[in-house]
Write a protein that binds this ligand. Structure first.
Ligand SMILES: *[C@@H]1O[C@H](CO)[C@@H](O)[C@H](O)[C@H]1NC(C)=O
Ligand SMILES: *[C@@H]1O[C@H](CO)[C@@H](O)[C@H](O)[C@H]1NC(C)=O
Ligand SMILES: *[C@@H]1O[C@H](CO)[C@@H](O)[C@H](O)[C@H]1NC(C)=O
Ligand SMILES: *[C@@H]1O[C@H](CO)[C@@H](O)[C@H](O)[C@H]1NC(C)=O
Ligand SMILES: *[C@@H]1O[C@H](CO)[C@@H](O)[C@H](O)[C@H]1NC(C)=O
Ligand SMILES: *[C@@H]1O[C@H](CO)[C@@H](O)[C@H](O)[C@H]1NC(C)=O
Length: 850
């Protein structure tokens, strides 16, 4: 019983330490503030300011506290554990003790306003104020640490180029970059250090910088921090090494407050696509930087905030009843947050002591700069340079750390930042299928390339404006009449080639054959598709079935069978004849003719009337019967198979077979294919031969598919184009009369195009690679390209399931029957003649003898 009671009490206490409104309101009790001045730390700093602090604080409170009362208690030992009735604590201690104090104070919900040494990881900005006391010009390590702790940079490596102005601080800077935080909260950034020696003469310095940069020129994804007065040289050399590309990030520190024009002139000759941020020293000159001043400022801020909170509470309390007040009054935590906000606001406005050094950050907005779509036609002078826009991304001050308004490298995080880009295209199904409205604008678009473009625009955060042309509209209108179905990607319209030389187009959204990248004024992306060529010919006829019944055995087998019959008969005859005992001889077998018929009859499973009586003869008959059984079984089984699966003549599966085919007299090839160009340069003889004799066709009439159907012609084209024409033919006539070759030759790569030297080739290629890996591109192919040939699939299954034995199959059999009848008719006639001959001879002889 007692135990249970204790437990409840314990739980209650535990619970209350977290959330109960067990502290008194400022209306009924004075607020209390703890001031902790760590003696060790002050001794280290050599400041003996205890009495001064006390006096200053008293003054500040007297002058500024308008409502309520404030009790201040002083401690000189920072390991003190404060009771929870303190509202706030102002501490002056080193970094480790400040953090320790913060962790303790968090439990008791005491607001911490800390003054500490430099290079201290910042306390959470929404829970405390932390002011590192930094000497003039020493702020860089703290700045970098703040950037890191606030996760403004999420780099893994960086290259630090510096000169003598911060040489002494490199150790701290490296420590800041490598800071991991408790429980490895932050990734340490590994650093390459390069010192730029300013004492070198102009040309020598450039050589040294170039040498340092060269090591990173061919690596993608570099991050640079440049801290040097020779920034112009670094920019110039990096530009000449082509290191301002979309994957590199550059953070330049401009140590002396430079006029703004300077940063513009630095970057105006750079290509777009660079990721550059500048940190500019905006330090206010002529402000006081003493510990005392900072403390006074903090206390002032706190007292101001406290007054306001008390005033708010008082005015609210006057309007409602006690019960309501208990229900709605703020918890300690909430009240602390409110005071914190007031303190921050005060410091922001009235900062005189601690926030002298200040760095503002701005980033270049360069991606898609000249490729934007605007309603008015853009005229861009290719030789002109840009005034890039700069985004104000935030500032840093010792009071609040990095205050960000935007991400530090906007293009790394947001890519194109939702700008609208010019994209040029033309109608060419199935890659890009366009439809125009009456005003000649593109209304709808689909196709493999357009799907890809949509996905790119999603991933790279841009919108796009497709630009078609009038020629396209004509082409779409003509399509129903003369154009071939199927597609060609080898010719790019001149209009697009021209546009590609301009830099106001982001990309050409069209499938184009990759051919000779060095000779075209544009860059190909990675291939999005690979098309192969094959040949189309007449589907071969079935093998003539008149000899079907002989098909189960080869000719040699038939010959051996005949030989066996012919040899077995004499053997039987002789064995029977030379049997030593008369009684063992069988009457019926004593003629050669009879033996032959006997053996032949056995083959047809007729059996015979006689059996040899001698064992020797019996063995021969027995063995023969075994042979007969094997032969007959094999024959019957095979015959069934040959009946069910019809055999075809050899079709044309490989290119070289076309030349030996007697019927085929012409070869056809679509005009302007990649195959044509390839074959001209190829060393393969069959390609050359084919090309020499090929008829080049441009439209349906010269394609002459009817000739192919008759077996007089073989055409070569993309497999998918041929499949399409087969399918079309099948839908019209419901029969399959074409055969595609088994051989695939010449891989034709299809890719998109970007203007020559486009800075965005790399990121577009990365996206294409990703889409390949995720199977999107494959899926779009299935959607827009004809699938496996229906015609082939259907006819194959029909052969297997319902083949009925027809006259074609049986004709050979009937022919044999007819042959048998004829032979016996012939024989009977012979027998008659022979009989007559005998009779007449007998008559003659008779008359003679008579
Ligand atoms: C509050 O502080 C004032 C002086 O600031 C003092 O006169 C008063 O007695 C204090 N009240 C309590 C309850 O401690
Ligand atoms: C920033 O500018 C101030 C005033 O011009 C200067 O005193 C300070 O040394 C500069 N900071 C750095 C890191 O150079
Ligand atoms: C796209 O850019 C806009 C504008 O900068 C930005 O607000 C948005 O977050 C970006 N979207 C993505 C997915 O990056
Ligand atoms: C991007 O721009 C389009 C049109 O310009 C707009 O409709 C869309 O809301 C923007 N998206 C973002 C994330 O800003
Ligand atoms: C093309 O042919 C299809 C059907 O054969 C027809 O629906 C369509 O209107 C035709 N298009 C043109 C532009 O003549
Ligand atoms: C892109 O095009 C430019 C100019 O046409 C050329 O110098 C460059 O080598 C091309 N880049 C690639 C990767 O093909």
């Amino acid at each position: 019983m007692l135990k249970g009671f204790c437990l409840v009490l314990l739980l209650q206490t535990l619970y209350c330490s977290v959330s109960c409104n067990d502290f008194s309101s400022f209306l009924s009790a004075n607020a209390s503030l703890a001031v902790v001045l760590d003696e060790d730390y002050l001794r280290k700093r050599d400041e003996n300011i205890f009495d001064q602090v006390k006096k200053t604080i008293d003054d500040v409170i007297r002058e500024n506290l308008k409502n309520g009362g404030l009790a201040v208690r002083y401690f000189s030992w920072s390991s003190v554990r404060l009771k929870k009735d303190f509202v706030a604590a102002i501490t002056v201690a080193d970094c480790a003790r400040t953090w320790k104090f913060f962790e303790d104070a968090e439990e008791t919900a005491i607001l911490l306003l800390a003054i500490t040494e430099p290079d201290c990881p910042r306390l959470p900005l929404d829970q405390a104020v932390m002011i590192p006391i930094i000497d003039r010009g020493e702020e860089i390590p703290q700045l970098i640490l703040d950037i890191k702790v606030q996760k403004i940079l999420n780099w893994r490596t960086s290259v630090l180029l510096f000169d003598s102005s911060i040489e002494a601080k490199t150790t701290q800077i490296i420590a800041s970059l490598a800071h991991e935080g408790p429980k490895n909260m932050f990734n340490p950034i590994s650093v390459y250090l390069y010192k730029i020696d300013e004492s070198l003469r102009n040309q020598q310095k450039k050589t040294a910088i170039k040498k340092a940069l060269l090591q990173f020129a061919n690596r993608p994804h570099n991050q640079f921090i440049v801290f040097s007065s020779s920034i112009e040289d670094v920019v110039e050399l990096a530009a000449s090494l082509n290191m301002f590309h979309v994957f590199n990030q550059w953070l330049f520190f401009l140590p002396v407050t430079t006029d703004r024009v300077n940063t513009y002139s630095l970057t105006q000759n750079l290509n777009e696509g660079a990721n550059i941020a500048f940190a500019v020293n905006d330090t206010v000159v002529g402000c006081q930087e003493t510990l005392l001043c900072s403390i006074a400022e903090l206390v002032h801020g706190f007292v101001d905030g406290l007054s306001k909170v008390i005033e708010e509470e008082g005015s609210l309390y006057g309007q409602i009843s006690d019960e309501e007040w208990e229900a709605i009054r703020l918890t300690k935590k909430e009240r602390q947050n409110e005071i914190l906000e007031y303190v921050k606001e005060y410091l922001r406005k009235n900062n005189q002591c601690s926030g002298c050094s200040q760095w503002s950050f701005k980033s270049m907005e360069s991606w898609g700069r000249s490729r934007r779509y605007t309603k008015t036609v853009q005229r861009i002078d290719l030789s002109s340079s840009f005034d890039y826009d700069y985004v104000d991304v935030g500032y840093w001050s010792p009071l609040f750390g990095f205050v960000s308004k935007d991400v530090l490298f906007p293009h790394i995080s947001h890519k194109f930042r939702n700008i609208s880009l010019n994209v040029i295209t033309y109608h060419n199904p199935p890659w890009q299928i366009l439809s125009y409205n009456q005003r000649g604008e593109i209304e709808e678009s689909s196709g493999i390339v357009i799907e890809l473009l949509k996905e790119l625009s999603n991933k790279l955060n841009f919108t796009y404006k497709l630009q078609g042309s009038y020629e396209d509209i004509l082409k779409i209108e003509q399509e129903n009449t003369t154009a071939l179905s199927g597609s060609l990607t080898n010719t790019v319209p001149q209009r697009i080639v021209n546009a590609m030389m301009n830099r106001n187009v982001f990309m050409g959204a069209m499938g184009v054959t990759v051919h000779d990248p060095s000779k075209v004024p544009y860059n190909y992306t990675d291939p999005i598709s690979i098309q192969k060529y094959t040949l189309i010919s007449k589907r071969p006829d079935e093998v003539n079935r008149i000899y079907l019944f002989t098909a189960p055995f080869t000719i040699l087998t038939w010959a051996c069978l005949a030989a066996a019959v012919i040899l077995t008969a004499p053997a039987l005859y002789l064995i029977n004849k030379y049997s030593p005992l008369d009684i063992l001889r069988t009457e019926g077998l004593n003629k050669m003719k009879n033996c032959f018929w006997y053996v032949y009859g056995a083959l047809l499973q007729q059996g015979g009337m006689y059996l040899p009586k001698a064992d020797s003869g019996r063995v021969i008959i027995g063995i023969w019967w075994i042979v007969v059984i094997v032969l007959v079984t094999t024959y019957c089984g095979n015959l069934v198979a040959f009946l069910t699966f019809p055999k075809f003549q050899r079709g044309i599966d490989y290119l070289f077979e076309t030349f030996s085919h007697k019927e085929v007299t012409t070869y056809g090839l679509r005009n302007g294919t990649f195959f044509q160009i390839y074959a001209q340069q190829s060393t393969r003889k069959d390609f050359k031969k084919f090309l020499e004799h090929a008829v080049l066709y441009d439209d349906v009439i010269t394609e002459d598919i009817a000739s192919v159907q008759k077996g007089l012609r073989v055409n070569v084209d993309w497999r998918i184009n041929l499949q399409m024409s087969i399918q079309k033919h099948f839908e019209e006539s419901k029969v399959c009369e074409f055969l595609l070759g088994k051989e695939d030759f010449v891989d034709e790569q299809i890719a998109l195009v970007l203007p020559g030297g486009s800075p965005y080739l790399g990121i577009v290629n990365n996206e294409i690679k990703r889409l390949h890996q995720m199977g999107f591109i494959e899926r779009w192919h299935q959607l827009y390209l004809p699938g496996t040939n229906k015609c082939n699939a259907k006819s194959k299954s029909r052969q297997i399931t319902n083949h009925m034995v027809n006259l074609n199959d049986m004709q050979g059999c009937f022919l044999v029957l007819f042959f048998g009848f004829s032979l016996s008719a012939f024989l009977i006639i012979g027998e008659f003649i022979f009989h007559r001959f005998i009779l007449s001879r007998e008559k003659k002889l008779g008359t003679y003898t008579n």
